[in-house]
Design a protein around this ligand. Structure first.
Ligand code: C2G
Length: 140
């Protein structure tokens, strides 16, 4: 856990966390997750619940249980938790001992207030791929 003097048996794991819907899992998601994992020793992913997605105005094709299972199956992911609301991040960072919050740079600046609790890193999005584009291409 960052910020405290290491004591014997202290949790020196660098824990990374990220949030997302991860519907129709694609290479942009996987690239983000693997780059996030490379910033530490463990990666926790909060996958948006179906109810939270409804508040985002995003209808996911796969239900939370399947989206969470697919993310959890990735070698670079150590743990999956539900994302119920925007405001849970600060609580998660403290509760789970998160050292680095990672998001794609479409979110740049949106979570800077969490810099009081952990590092905040915005990674470049993978161009040319999105769940929305997949859906559009499939109906074209
Ligand atoms: N992403 C990416 N490249 C893409 C598409 C997505 O790097 N081509 C990243 C996004 O920037 C995000 C993550 O993959 O960091 C998950 O993207 P979404 O499933 O679209 O999640 P989002 O709707 O951004 O929800 O509280 C935060 C929200 O839950 C984020």
């Amino acid at each position: 856990m960052r910020g405290t003097a290491p004591t014997p048996g202290d949790d020196m794991t660098v824990r990374v966390m990220t949030y997302g819907t991860f519907d129709l899992l694609h290479v942009g998601h996987v690239s983000l997750l693997s780059r996030a994992r490379a910033l530490g020793d463990e990666l926790v992913v909060a996958v948006s619940t179906d109810e939270f997605n409804a508040t985002k105005g995003k209808g996911a094709y796969f239900p939370w249980s399947e989206r969470a299972a697919m993310v959890a199956a990735l070698r670079c992911v150590d743990r999956v938790v539900p994302e119920h609301r925007w405001e849970q991040k600060a609580h998660d960072v403290v509760r789970l001992g998160v050292d680095v919050l990672v998001m794609g740079d479409d979110w740049v600046g949106r979570f800077d207030e969490l810099r009081a609790l952990c590092d905040v890193v915005y990674l470049p999005r993978t161009p040319g791929i999105s769940t929305t584009r997949i859906k559009q291409d499939l109906v074209a």
